[in-house]
Each structure stands twice: as structure tokens, then as C-alpha cells.
Design a binder for this molecule. Structure first.
Ligand code: FRU
Length: 483
């Protein structure tokens, strides 16, 4: 089979020659977004030579998904990203259909990328694991690729759905978890090990879906935090379960204990990670100062809606530090975001059955923190990205302890899902709401990151008003930081 139509030189040249047509004013201010064309899944999130590197699934040639390349960015602070030349192109006979998602580590000054090579034609489709090694700009695929083929998986495992390796190193051994479809048609996570990156051994299936949590699982991430092990998964074809899991492509994490000798993961507790409309395929890395930081793709496969006049599609979330407390993985925007605040406005007010507005708060690029007293309150609404025509809402219904994100008024020109609800309880009669808006992105962090909701709005930029509606009585404290 020889379907090779793409190469790195062509992709790099295309970027240089065409990127100027993209209007940077239309891009988010502090969120990483596609340079040109389409991006999905964060890949290869790692620290290399004192800088953060982030790659992602990339089809530079159109705004739609296509044969996957890897786009490449680096940053000193996780917020301001420098765009680098395309890192991988689907240019060999083992990845001609795409260099699918994967991960990266720094191994003694060598930047190791581990990704899925996909081939597909009328007769055959295969996914295998491959390695490319580089210096932070140029990456060379190993001659021995593919270094893991599906034939070493347990009998009945899919050779077609076998992707998204997450690599790490412990002592002198490399490990990788890879998502796979088991004989029963649902997901399983396979663990492999290697001493030299070339010869890999199958160790165990560390977790099986058994058709209980969606179908195929994508993009596994496996790491230790506070003496517990966490497995992050992106299940496909999830069925709705109350307000915890929504239908379609979902994202979940499971916390448990990992027996490093027997390669067994005993899960204790599984929950959704983010409850918004646009969040998928998150990946983590560990910073030099020991923080576990996560980035997700802020878009949904079934529901995506980039306006047709944009020359690009795809935005990554704000990197979030993960902290485990109160039996929950908290997500907190990295501290570095505060270096980008240009101005801060603080308002403290008692409000009774009234809609409150303050002209100074108008913006579409802000980090807003609101604390409300819920004792004598029935309902609290924050309206934003608002003008006479448009409106996006965060609603809190106190008695039901229910939070609602509602973008029905955001001017979306597609028949898509616009609302999501979650349960959230107040603490000491207070609810803390943090909303980061960067033109099109809305990331809501409730009770200091206890639960998050990440969604997109493509509302006209002129819709930049904010108002607060109080049904009942409440003391509210508003802190708005402008970017
Ligand atoms: C998740 C995913 C991955 C795959 C990639 C292809 O969004 O489907 O499983 O590697 O996207 O672009």
C-alpha cells in the first residue's frame, strides 16, 4: 500500500505561505488556537530544555479534520505560546493516513514523541505505535517504526482502534498506556514497557470498560498525584447518566491504586472531569516545580460550530493545575495567568431583587471571580457576551443547588446543543464562581475548581456587556480582571 500524499516540507511551506491570511485580531488573546486550518487533541505536552512544548492534531490545509499532522508550539509560562514549524507529517507507509494523538517526554536531552501511525485504504485499516526523536524543532521517525503493533495485544483486541499512547519513564524503563477496543467492542487500556524505545513488551490491560462507560476509550493519561493514581479517559459513544455524564464524546477520570509490580490498577471512584459543552481529549504534564497541569481541546466532535468565515478551527483550554482534595480532582487555572491581568475592578454590593450592571465591567477578555451569599437567594444569573441581541448566561438555582450554562442566546447558527446543567452545593452558604472569557471561550470554575464547565460561544464581539440578576437577597463580591 502506498498512499503517501503529504510530507513535512510541503506542510511547513504551506504554513509559511498561507498563515498571513489569518486575521490575528480574531484569535483568542491568551488561549492557544490553530495557526491555520484545523486542530484537535493536545499532544506531546511536555517540558523540554526548560520550556513547555505542546503539539496538537493538525490539518493545516483546511478547516476540517483531514490527514493528521502535528502542529507545534512552545512556551515559557504556559500562557503565551510561540508557534513552531510542523513537527510530524503523515509521510511514511505506516502513517500515511495520519499521525494520530500521542505524547512526549524529555529523555536526557532528547525529545521523544510517541504517536499512533494510521494506515487506511479499501482493504485494510491499522493503528500502530511509533516514535520520533528530536531537538525541540525537528523530529526524525525511527527506522524501526512501528514499534508496537496490535499483534502483541490479548486475543480479540482490535487492530484498528489502538491509539493515543501516553509515555513516561520510571528508573530505566519506559512505559506507555495505549487505548484499545476489546473483543466486547468497548474500551480497554493496554500497558507496554521498553528499555530502549524500540523493543516493547505487552504488560497488562490495566482497565477495561466492559461496556459500562461509553464504548471505545480515547486519549488515556495515567499519572500519580498525592499518592493516588489517576487515569484520564475520553470515552466515545457515552450514554447520558443523570447530570454526571452526557451523551457522545465525554471526558472522565478515575482515581485508584496502582500495583507497579503486578501492573494492576484498582479504581475506586470515577467522575466526569469537565461538564461543559466543548471539552475533550485532555492531556497532562508535570512542570519543573512539580505541578500536574492539564490542557483540553475546547471543541466537541458532534457539536462543533466554528463560523465558516474563520480560516481556522480549534482552541485549547487554559492550562489547569490539578489538585486532589475532598475526593475530587480540582482544576485551577495556572497561576501564570495572573501575569496577564491588565486591570482589576472590585465591587462589593448588597443586592435585592434587582439586575445590577456597572459600565466598567464591559469586556470579552476577562477573568471574573464572583462570590455570592446564597442564604436568602432564590436564583442568581450572570449575563455576559451580551448586548441588545445576544446573551450567554450562567444561572444558579439555590434551592436545587443547580448550575446551568446557557448559550441559547449566543447567536449560534447551527442546530446544536446549547445548555448543560450540573449539581453544585454551596459551601458555608457561599458559592464561588470564576468565569474566564477569551472572546469565544467560556471556562467556568465553581467553588475554586471543584467542578468546571468549558464551552465555546462565537457571539459577535460587540456583545460585551455583563450584568448580575439577583432573585432574592445577596451580598456579592465581584472581582473582574481584564486581559
Ligand atoms: C480524539 C481522537 C484520537 C485520535 C485523534 C485523531 O479526539 O479521535 O483518538 O488519535 O483524535 O485526530
Amino acid at each position: 500500500m502506498n498512499n503517501i500524499k503529504y510530507n513535512l516540507e510541503k506542510a511547513r511551506k504551506y504554513e509559511v505561505e498561507n498563515m498571513d491570511i489569518i486575521n490575528d485580531d480574531k484569535k483568542p488573546l491568551i488561549h492557544l488556537s490553530s495557526p491555520i486550518g484545523w486542530i484537535n487533541d493536545p499532544n506531546g505536552f511536555s517540558v523540554f530544555k526548560d520550556e513547555y512544548h505542546l503539539f496538537c492534531q493538525y490539518h493545516p490545509y483546511s478547516k476540517a479534520w483531514g490527514p493528521m499532522h502535528w502542529a507545534h508550539f512552545k512556551s515559557k509560562d504556559l500562557i503565551k505560546w510561540e508557534h513552531l514549524p510542523v513537527a510530524l507529517a503523515p509521510d511514511t507507509n505506516y502513517d500515511s493516513f495520519g499521525c494520530f494523538s500521542g505524547s512526549a517526554i524529555d529523555d536526557n536531552g532528547k525529545h521523544i514523541l510517541m504517536y499512533t501511525g494510521v494506515i487506511k485504504d479499501d482493504e485494510k485499516e491499522r493503528q500502530t505505535q511509533c516514535i520520533a526523536i528530536g531537538d525541540g524543532i525537528n523530529y526524525k521517525k525511527l527506522e524501526q517504526n512501528p514499534i508496537i503493533k496490535g499483534d502483541i495485544l490479548p486475543k480479540g483486541s482490535s487492530l484498528v482502534d489502538f491509539r493515543d499512547p501516553k509515555i513516561w519513564k520510571e528508573d530505566d524503563t519506559f512505559y506507555s498506556v495505549v487505548a484499545n477496543r476489546a473483543e466486547d467492542g468497548s474500551g480497554q487500556i493496554a500497558l507496554f514497557s521498553s528499555k530502549n524505545l524500540i523493543d516493547w513488551e505487552f504488560k497488562n490491560i490495566i482497565l477495561s470498560c466492559n461496556n459500562e462507560l461509553g464504548k471505545m476509550w480515547e486519549c488515556p493519561d495515567f499519572f500519580e498525584l498525592d499518592n493516588k493514581h489517576f487515569l484520564i479517559l475520553s470515552p466515545q459513544e457515552m450514554e447520558q447518566q443523570g447530570l454526571e455524564y452526557h451523551g457522545g464524546n465525554c471526558n472522565v477520570y478515575t482515581v485508584g491504586d496502582y500495583d507497579k509490580n503486578k501492573f494492576i490498577f484498582n479504581k475506586h471512584n470515577t467522575q466526569a472531569l469537565d461538564y461543559g459543552l466543548d471539552f475533550y481529549a485532555p492531556q497532562t504534564t508535570i512542570t519543573s516545580d512539580g505541578r500536574r497541569v492539564l490542557v483540553g481541546w475546547m471543541q466537541s466532535w458532534d457539536n462543533h460550530m466554528t463560523p465558516y468565515e474563520f480560516g481556522w478551527s480549534g482552541i485549547m483550554s487554559i492550562p489547569r493545575q490539578l489538585v486532589y482534595k475532598n475526593d475530587r480532582l480540582y482544576q485551577i487555572p495556572v497561576e501564570e495567568i495572573k501575569n496577564y491581568y491588565k486591570d482589576t475592578i472590585t465591587i462589593q454590593k448588597y443586592i435585592e431583587n434587582e439586575t445590577f450592571e456597572d459600565k466598567r465591567l464591559f469586556s470579552r477578555t476577562f477573568d471574573l471571580v464572583v462570590e455570592i451569599d446564597v442564604n436568602d437567594l432564590d436564583e442568581f444569573i450572570i449575563n455576559f457576551a451580551k448586548n441588545q441581541r445576544y446573551n450567554t448566561k450562567f444561572i444558579y438555582k439555590c434551592k436545587e443547588q443547580l448550575a446551568i450554562f446557557d448559550r441559547n442566546g449566543a447567536g449560534i447558527r447551527k442546530d446544536c446543543l446549547n445548555e448543560r446543567k450540573i449539581n453544585i452545593t454551596s459551601i458555608d452558604n457561599k458559592l464561588n464562581i470564576r468565569i474566564i472569557v477569551d472572546k469565544y471561550t467560556v471556562e467556568i470554575f465553581l467553588n475554586n475548581g471543584y467542578k468546571t464547565m468549558s464551552s465555546l460561544i462565537y457571539t459577535n464581539m460587540e456583545a460585551n456587556q455583563i450584568s448580575f440578576e439577583v432573585k432574592g437577597k445577596s451580598n456579592i463580591i465581584i472581582n473582574q480582571n481584564l486581559f
